[in-house]
Design a protein around this ligand. Structure first.
Ligand SMILES: Cc1ncc(C[n+]2csc(CCOP(=O)(O)OP(=O)(O)O)c2C)c(N)n1
Ligand SMILES: [Mg+2]
Length: 428
């Protein structure tokens, strides 16, 4: 009976409700964030048993030190040319994001999402993976497409849902799909890509193929059940997959504590599943490259999956629909202790005498010009702000090989209603 509770001799039960350390108006500092020195984390053999490497799930793999040198066992020892290509792709991604963000503000499209501050996560991974490995991204890994040389104009055509949009206007802007570039269709439903990636990796192994899968989700998304069932399958079958968690501290307006960050690290999720777990400085392109290369080698040699937490910071809003000044301290992005991934790689190249400010400025200019030219070309095919660019009846295409009778009927009803309205609803 309810009246018997609470019992007087016991303390009332309570819940812990996480609260971010800083809110708008607070001065932010990250003194509570532990940043171990670069080069300190050991690098086990890529075939090592997960049990012996649990410490790596709690530390931070870092290569670039405070003097911008590459140090320690995780230094991937890339050639100056490879380093410059990595830098150029990150700069291209940032320039692309800037331009498309502005295009949304100008009413040319309905939606955009930037990866500002997180450029190393997708770009360095694309450089470390094989070109035909299959990627299952979230909406913040457009860097994979850019690094794999997908035409910027095709990305923009999709963002504008215009006549040249390869997806026929059927996906929300930025939800690309490019099978030829090993880029699985982005889904707005968080974390669906995790079990899909593990399933794809299992199929690759079942067929005796040599391609592996790589998958990304945000730290907030690890709270989804899909994340955990994917980990179980990956562990049980030792699926050849690299599983990435992009811990950028925020899930729209919810801070990482709501996904469990106060209790432990996200990389530590791996330990309970018996999976190799790595926690990596996500703003250090060389650390991301090295960790991805290690995990890819592990997967490719049938030693099983790896879970990599990329410790980073979402420097801007969640999307064009978001306003972070409403929920977090404006000082956070600059107080973030791991710096900016582009500035750090640039400083490293300068430090080793393979780059300078003039070359960097010239590259910025050339890349900005490429992006501007791509935008101009894309806008010739139309912008979303000018309405539907696809023939109305194409709405029903592309799902079934042969359209079922009820969809044919619905399509006809739609066309009849359009005719009755006396005006075209879309381009003919
Ligand atoms: C299943 C599901 N739940 C909720 C949402 C709404 N939603 C879209 S993005 C997002 C935040 C995700 O944060 P995180 O996983 O940390 O990724 P980030 O945006 O930081 O890259 C939420 C809650 C959704 N799209 N799908
Ligand atoms: Mg997040």
């Amino acid at each position: 009976m309810a009246s018997e509770h609470p019992r007087a001799n016991l303390p009332p039960l309570t819940l812990h409700v996480p609260e971010p350390r800083f809110r708008p108006g607070d001065a932010a500092d990250f003194v509570a964030v532990e940043v171990p020195p670069a080069g300190a984390a050991p690098r086990p053999d890529s075939a090592a048993e997960p049990r012996g490497m649990s410490e790596l799930a709690y530390s931070l793999v870092r290569v670039l030190d405070d003097d911008n040198r590459a140090v320690g066992p995780w230094d991937p020892r890339l050639s100056p040319d490879a380093l410059r290509r990595l830098l150029a792709d990150m700069v291209r991604l940032r320039a692309f994001d800037e331009r498309m963000f502005r295009a949304q503000r100008q009413g040319k499209t309905s939606f955009y999402m930037k990866a500002t501050g997180e450029e190393a996560v997708a770009v360095a991974a694309a450089h470390a993976l094989d070109r035909d490995d299959m990627c299952f991204p979230s909406y913040r890994q457009q860097g994979l497409l850019i690094a794999r040389g997908y035409p910027l104009v095709d990305m923009m055509n999709q963002i504008y849902s215009n006549t040249a949009d390869k997806l026929g206007g059927k996906q929300l802007p930025i939800m690309y799909s490019a099978k030829d570039f090993g880029f699985f269709s982005i889904s707005g439903n968080l974390t669906t890509q995790y079990p899909q990636a593990v399933g794809w990796a299992m199929a690759s192994a079942a067929k005796g193929d040599t391609r592996i899968a790589a998958v990304w989700c945000g730290e907030g998304s690890t709270a989804e059940g899909d994340f955990h069932s994917a980990c179980t399958f990956a562990s049980v079958y030792r699926a050849p997959v690299v599983m990435n968690i992009v811990n950028n501290q925020w899930a729209i307006s919810s801070f990482s504590g709501f996904a469990g960050a106060e209790a432990t690290t996200f990389a530590a999720r791996a330990i309970g599943y018996g999976i190799a777990g790595l926690r990596v400085d996500g703003n250090d392109a060389l650390a991301v490259y090295a960790a991805t290369q290690w995990a890819a080698e592990r997967a490719r040699t049938n030693c099983g999956p790896t879970l990599i937490e990329h410790f980073t910071y979402r420097a801007e809003g969640h999307s064009t629909s978001d306003d972070p000044t409403q929920y977090r301290s404006a000082g956070e992005p600059t107080a973030w202790p791991l710096g900016d991934p582009i500035a750090r790689l640039k400083a490293h190249l300068i430090q080793i005498g393979e780059w300078d400010e003039d070359r960097h400025a010239a590259q910025d200019k050339a890349i900005a010009e490429d992006v501007r030219a791509a935008q101009k070309a894309a806008e010739k095919n139309g912008i979303l702000g000018h309405g539907l660019h696809q023939p109305l009846d194409s709405l029903f295409d592309g799902v079934f090989e042969e359209m079922p009778w009820h969809l044919r009927e619905q399509r006809q009803m739609m066309l009849d209603e359009e005719a009755a309205s006396g005006r075209p609803w879309a381009r003919k």
